[in-house]
Design a protein around this ligand. Structure first.
Ligand code: COI
Length: 368
């Protein structure tokens, strides 16, 4: 693989950022990683200042959506170490998304190196307050100019990073979900398991409509019958009903979330097996009516573990009766963020440590 070249930004923009008021994603750090694919090979890799890239309007991905992306996070630890959470899992998922979209996967080691280089170079951009992180967004787009509907012969890989706070404005109060029984996010045999723009584009209209009607997010049902619970788009969904934790299975229509997998693993550690099975919305509604729904929460990289306070289905409001967030939701949030920040032992070897210059590695005594 060819040598990585690094071109530093002439001037950092970090002084323009108010780290006390981070939202999710409007601010990007100083640098990005870029690599092209042509003539059957990826390379050469480069880190360059973050900024616009020239793109021809004839590039096929702009027309036919041949693109994939992923999302992962880097954290400052209380011990002054920088950790990236489960990058191998994201690399694998990106490879699976690539396969579905006919995109040549990038070499795994180059993906990991891109993360290390970018996070090390822009380590000052990793926010330090609880609930904050540096979100890492790799993406690959078909870059050949043509109007024929076929896979591109050229690709561009980017990795950009963004200092972020929590995804939802008031996570602790709980998210409200509109259970969508008309529109569909994904169908069997479609793209649902791939992290690709089309799934998010399909969600825009129904989500905007639901927001106007007062919900924060859409809970998708299966595309074939609108009968079974699938996911929320920004996160996978978990229910605790009558003492049992349930989540829909990975059958190709929902995103195989890394946080979903982490939740299942952490619960298995406590000998609490999560039932991964098809869950009819009627069963959920009945359980709500009978007061058996103890907790509902979403799990995702951006969302972490976010409590759900209520759902609406065909005009009926289904509210959690207990406290929001519930005890299991809070415990899982604390455990995952504890592992990510190094406060708790990393039993499963999930974190990748990124060495950063020693003089910068001390934890700040106060938030910036
Ligand atoms: C993520 O959690 O990484 C996502 O890509 C979800 C998106 C809604 C921000």
């Amino acid at each position: 693989m060819s040598q990585l070249s690094v071109t530093r930004a002439a001037q950092s923009r970090i002084h323009l950022v108010d780290f006390d008021k981070l939202g999710f994603g409007p601010v990007f750090s100083d640098h990005m990683f870029c690599m092209d694919y042509a003539d059957g090979a990826w390379g050469p890799p480069a880190v360059v200042p973050y900024g616009p890239v020239p793109i021809a309007p004839g590039v096929a991905s702009l027309h036919y959506g041949q693109m994939v992306f992923d999302g992962l996070k880097a954290f400052w630890g209380a011990d002054g170490n920088v950790r990236v959470f489960r990058p191998e899992a994201n690399a694998r998922r990106l490879e699976d998304s690539c396969a579905r979209l006919c995109i040549p996967p990038m070499p795994r080691e180059m993906f990991m190196e891109a993360i290390r280089q970018l996070v090390a170079l822009d380590h000052a951009w990793i926010p330090r307050q609880p609930g904050q992180s540096l979100y890492i967004r790799p993406l690959i787009i078909g870059a050949e100019e043509h109007l024929d509907v076929r896979p591109s012969s050229r690709y561009r890989f980017f990795m950009i990073t963004a200092p972020v706070g929590s995804y939802f404005k008031n996570t602790a109060a709980g998210v409200s979900l509109h259970v969508e029984h008309e529109y569909t996010r994904a169908a069997p045999g479609g793209l649902g398991f791939a992290k690709t723009a089309a799934n998010y584009a399909a969600a825009l209209f129904p989500t905007t409509k639901s927001r106007r009607e007062g919900a924060d997010q859409v809970l998708w049902l299966d595309g074939a019958e609108h009968r079974f619970v699938e996911e929320v788009g920004a996160m996978n969904i978990f229910f605790k009903i009558g003492g049992q934790v349930l989540t829909p299975p990975l059958e190709g229509t929902i995103l195989p979330g890394v946080t979903r997998d982490s939740v299942i693993t952490l619960l298995a550690d406590k000998e609490l097996a999560v039932q991964q099975r098809r869950l009819a919305i009627d069963e959920v509604v009945q359980a709500f009516r009978e007061g058996k729904v103890e907790e509902v929460f979403g799990a995702g990289t951006a969302a972490v573990v976010s409590p759900v306070r209520q759902m609406t289905y065909r005009g009926e409001t289904l509210a959690i009766r207990g406290t929001v967030p519930g005890p299991l939701t809070s415990a899982l949030y604390d455990e995952i963020t504890g592992i990510q920040s190094g406060r708790l032992p990393d039993r499963h070897g999930w974190n990748m440590l990124v060495p950063v210059p020693a003089q910068q590695a001390r934890p700040l005594s106060r938030a910036r």
